[in-house]
Design a protein around this ligand. Structure first.
Ligand code: ADP
Ligand code: MG
Length: 238
């Protein structure tokens, strides 16, 4: 579970092409980072996978099944938004429980899943607080908790740490990596930060103007960048 395949996927807004035909396979359980400069199409690509945007052409498969026309809720994926997308008037418990309430699970099942997620994320003692009473890192964990309870086949992160300070960012990177190690679920993580890409990824996808410049492990890209763009972006002296 959690294999995602893009086959000749394109995206245009009006007559502006943002993603030219693109092929990509994301393996089950991989931690894949999309990296590239601002405006290169990282968020668009993630939103296409999530189903928040429709492809202009091409096919998206999830675990072998054609998901191109499926609405977001039926794709089995969970997008982690930045922590400011929490509901300020709701407790941590209710923020995490929200997708389960929408899915009309019974209360006992909701409580069980929320407590399990809180346990993984060290939020057990904060369930009755509201987001305004939490630190930035705790708020980000609540946002992740809201994704975890849905038990997705893949997590999609779009620059989740960009509004945290530098020290906290380092901490949260580690926490997300640990979460990946413990859940073993596919994660796609978008960032414009090379260090984040190099330290977190199993596989890095370097994007430039909607095109894939190179796909490889951090060490591959560092030691064998395919072109100047990749070399410059990853910062290897070549
Ligand atoms: P990134 O996340 O890498 O910064 P985006 O995927 O947000 O890049 O944007 C890629 C390009 O697509 C940009 O030129 C952006 O202006 C354009 N774009 C993104 N969303 C829309 C939209 N809804 N309508 C028109 N253009 C868009
Ligand atoms: Mg973006």
């Amino acid at each position: 579970m959690g294999q995602i395949t893009l086959d000749r996927v394109t995206k245009s807004f009006g007559d502006v092409s943002v993603i030219p035909p693109l092929d990509l396979t994301i393996g089950n359980g991989e931690f894949v980072v999309f990296v590239g400069p601002s405006g290169c199409g990282k968020s668009t690509l993630l939103r296409l996978i999530a189903g928040l945007e429709d492809v202009s052409s091409g096919t998206i498969r999830i675990d072998g099944k054609d998901a191109t026309a499926l609405p977001p809720a039926q794709r089995g994926l969970a997008m982690v938004f930045q922590s400011y997308a929490l509901y300020p008037h709701m407790t941590v418990r209710n923020n995490i429980a929200f997708p389960l309430k929408m899915a009309r699970l019974d209360k006992a099942a909701i409580d069980r899943k929320v407590e399990a997620a809180a346990n993984v994320l060290n939020l057990t003692n904060y369930l009755d607080r509201r987001p305004g009473q939490l630190s930035g890192g705790q708020r980000q964990r609540v946002a992740i908790g809201r994704a975890i309870v849905r038990e997705p086949t893949a997590f999609l992160f779009d620059e989740p740490l960009s509004n945290l300070d530098a020290a906290l960012r380092v901490n949260m990177r580690l926490e997300i990596s640990e979460l990946h190690a413990s859940l073993g679920t596919t994660m796609i993580y978008v960032t414009h930060d090379q260090v984040e890409a190099m330290t977190m990824a199993d596989k890095i996808v370097v994007l430039n103007a909607g095109r894939i410049e190179q796909v490889g492990s951090p060490i591959d890209l560092y030691s064998r960048p395919r072109n100047r763009f990749v070399a410059g972006f990853i910062g290897s002296p070549r």
